[in-house]
Design a protein around this ligand. Structure first.
Ligand SMILES: *Cc1c(COP(=O)(O)O)cnc(C)c1O
Length: 481
């Protein structure tokens, strides 16, 4: 069994084994013609259940053959131009290279003695990102597993900073009603009361209404409560809308509230030459969430939390004799665990490092600009098409719309037609789109993150959706008559 351990005697097996895996994926990439096979959980589960985990195959070629059957063949392919559903991106090759290197070397970013070099690389990338945001000389941060964890940590810091102003039951967090659900989840995990997160209404463009926020903050004071934090979203998950950051920053200053900017999606604008100004005001944040695994074309996982004031990260610092004992300033070593909610932690930063060293920031920004441009064109297409109702003109790269039949007026029936169309499209595997609700009604969503997707793709998928919806309505008419 020792022959499976990665070490100096097995370097050749390592080379062969990993290459085999790479070849399988490369073949898959070369031959897939659809984003999905349409497989159902019921159809796939027996194959997975049939695998006897107590009887190993002994050899990686056989294990890969089996993997084709239980996973690779039916995996949802984010790299396909007609995968248009969630905020998953096709990944850039330098980052995949980074992934291969980081898992083989297996550094762990908790302490310097497990991550020499890696810690410095992560710190450079944190500084680089903070500088792009404009957070100033005292900024710091740490890589995390994703935007949800980044938001959780930001709100933890905000809670600790607000603690002297009131007890937990009095703390309030303000976020727009289009903000991410991880804000509510985090508040709950942090022991805040169920009504701690105040949902602020949005305007027609799905941006937080600053007048409403101002009123809520005033009310918070009047009620003797403490405005712990405002979460502004720079790129809402559904609409890509960007809250008015400078106005929100003013209100936070006035009320002494921590400003967290959730730029999990919109962070790609940090490297855009064309559209960077859309997130002006982000430099006034106390903390920022960025998801490199969304708009920087990085593989999952790769995210970070950045803070304006490095000292606030002390709220995540705990010491253990076996790991990061308390030390005097003179003998202090750079232990990233002092800043993180995680202990053992992947060297995800390496993927971004290699991406910047191979392609450069402008290269990433240009890819994100392309999908934002495509979304703009897609909006024109949808706005001109009487079969569809499109909600807002995109600021980033999503389009929320629904099929509107010419004859049917019942909104519930239109809901069902759209739900059916999405499901039928998924089952066909021809394309994958997302769904969401607007004003209580069911809508469909394109999330565009693939620069290979064309307007022709969008137009073809819209025709497919219309076809499925019409078929549903035709069938129900038949049943009724
Ligand atoms: C995706 C997203 C998150 C959560 O990020 P994960 O990486 O999925 O945990 C948070 N906020 C916004 C606005 C998002 O779009």
């Amino acid at each position: 069994m020792r022959s499976h351990l990665l070490n100096r005697t097995t370097a050749e097996l390592y080379r062969r084994s990993v290459t085999e895996g790479v070849e399988r994926v490369a073949d898959q990439l070369a031959t897939t013609t659809r984003p999905f096979t349409g497989i159902t959980p019921d159809a796939l589960a027996p194959a997975v259940d049939a695998v006897d985990l107590d009887r190993p195959l002994g050899d990686s070629a056989a294990a890969l053959d089996e993997l084709e059957e239980v996973y690779l063949r039916d995996a949802v392919h984010f790299h396909h131009p007609r995968y248009l559903a969630h905020l998953n991106c096709p990944v850039v090759i330098p980052a995949v290279l980074g992934e291969a290197v980081l898992s083989a070397v297996n550094s762990s970013l908790d302490t310097w003695d497990q991550s020499a070099g890696a810690t410095l690389i992560e710190r450079r990338l944190i500084d680089w990102t903070a500088q792009r945001i404009g957070l100033g000389p005292a900024a710091d941060g740490v890589f995390t597993s994703g935007g949800s964890q980044s938001n959780l940590q930001a709100l933890l810091l905000a809670r600790e900073e607000a603690k002297h102003r009131g007890d937990l039951t009095e703390l309030r967090v303000f976020a727009s009603e289009a903000g991410h659900f991880s804000v509510r989840k985090s508040a709950s995990l942090l022991g805040l009361p169920p009504d701690a997160v105040v949902a602020v209404p949005v305007d027609r463009e799905k941006r937080l209404q600053t007048l409403a926020l101002a009123a809520e903050l005033e009310r918070c004071h009047a009620d003797g409560l403490v405005p712990m934090a405002v979460v502004a979203t720079a790129g809402t998950t559904d609409f890509g809308s960007i809250d008015p950051l400078p106005e929100i920053a003013e209100l936070c200053d006035r009320h002494g509230a921590w400003l967290h900017v959730d730029a999990a999606y919109g962070c790609g604008l940090l490297v855009s030459r064309k559209n960077r100004d859309r997130i002006d005001g982000i430099e006034r944040a106390d903390s920022v969430t960025v998801d490199y695994h969304k708009s920087f074309f990085q593989p999952v996982s790769s995210s970070a939390i950045l803070v304006r004031d490095a000292t606030t990260l002390r709220h995540a610092t705990y010491h253990a004799d076996y790991l990061n004992p308390r030390r005097t300033v003179a003998e202090r070593v750079p232990n990233q665990v002092d800043k993180s909610l995680q202990t053992t932690r992947r060297f995800d930063a390496l993927k971004l490092w290699l991406t910047l060293r191979v392609m450069g920031a402008d290269g990433i920004g240009a890819l994100f600009d392309e999908v934002c441009d495509l979304a703009r064109q897609g909006w024109q297409l949808l706005a001109a098409d009487p079969r569809f109702d499109v909600v807002v003109e995109p600021r980033l790269s999503t389009l929320v719309y629904r099929y509107i039949p010419a004859t049917v007026r019942d909104p519930a029936e239109i809901d069902r037609a759209n739900l059916y169309a999405r499901k039928a499209l998924f089952a066909s595997g021809d394309a994958v789109v997302a769904g969401t609700k607007v004003g209580g009604r069911h809508y469909l969503k394109f999330t565009l993150l693939n620069p290979e997707t064309t307007l022709t793709d969008l137009s073809a998928v819209l025709d497919l959706i219309a076809g499925h919806a019409e078929q549903y309505l035709g069938d129900t008419l038949d049943r009724a008559s």
